[in-house]
Design a protein around this ligand. Sequence first.
Ligand code: AMP
Ligand code: MG
Length: 345
Amino acid sequence: MQTEHIKIQNIAAEEHLLRHAADILRRGGLVVFPTETVYGLGGLATNASSAKAIYAAKGRPSDNPLIIHVADPSDAEAYAHTSSLYYRLAKAFMPGPLTVILPKKDTIPLSTTGGLDTVAVRCPAHPVAHRLISLLGEPIAAPSANLSGKPSPTNAQHVAQDMDGRVAMILDGGESEIGLESTIVKLDGDTATLLRPGAITYEALCMVVDHVSVADAVTHRLAENERPLSPGMKYRHYAPTAPLVLLTGDRERVLDFLRREQSQKNCAILCYDEDLPALKGGTLFPIGAREDLAAQAHNLFRALRQADLTDAEILYAPLPPTEGLGLALYNRMIRAAAHTVKHID
Ligand code: AMP
Ligand code: MG
């Protein structure tokens, strides 16, 4: 398949290009589009064969459900059974990087939800995503636009590495602002369960919802035979070719350890900006200042992709904190590392 690569710089002036993208979606084709979290691999959410095409393009198991993207929170009414808690969350966080899981209506085919009777709803804030959904007049089903097992793409170049020749069109809207996938919560009466942490933090959710619990799989490895609350939890995402080890402990000792490793092994290191001068040059990938979690979120997937392109035999990165946006970083890193943490003392 020939993939059209389209840059969108001015939505008003280039609306005809977005109309063309909406036509492709309406006919059952696939369009990659930018969002504020990561790039999405979009198809028509109401069309069972579009969902199948998405799974095929990603090489993703078809029991891993897709998120449907709507232009306005109230558009969810046609596709899901909403609640007052849904609207409280929508008022606080939509449009934005929050996905809410609700009981689904028959308008969404089971192939979009991986056979589940619930559907994940998100209302993206990115102007290109928003305009595209509005022009289509229907929700877009979209997982992240990476091949299954690769980090989510945060720019159109990363998308092209994975999706060129597999989709009809890639819309380039620049770098994704946030860089990590949306926060996912599942609602049950007055209670919300955090299934995937993102830029809407646990602490922010607690300001709006009385009872927020965090699913075990956010921070811990699932036990054999344990049934996850979200099918995506059972897959090992973002797996670099070389093993990734997360380091924790006193800063100076960690740097000593890394310098020793650098002299003995071919290693690639994801490090904080301020640690760069203390390490030997070569395969270092700065992810932002230690205290700047937003910069780390923005840079993490690019750094992982770059580290994966080296011939390093082992990758090292700092273990993120679990507070605030740190929990989202922790969740992605701990999975990429297959829960391998080394305490340096
Ligand atoms: P991605 O589209 O790559 O950001 O992944 C979407 C994530 O949402 C996956 O981890 C799915 O398992 C999860 N998800 C989507 N729909 C549901 C649902 N109905 N119930 C639970 N998890 C869901
Ligand atoms: Mg994904």
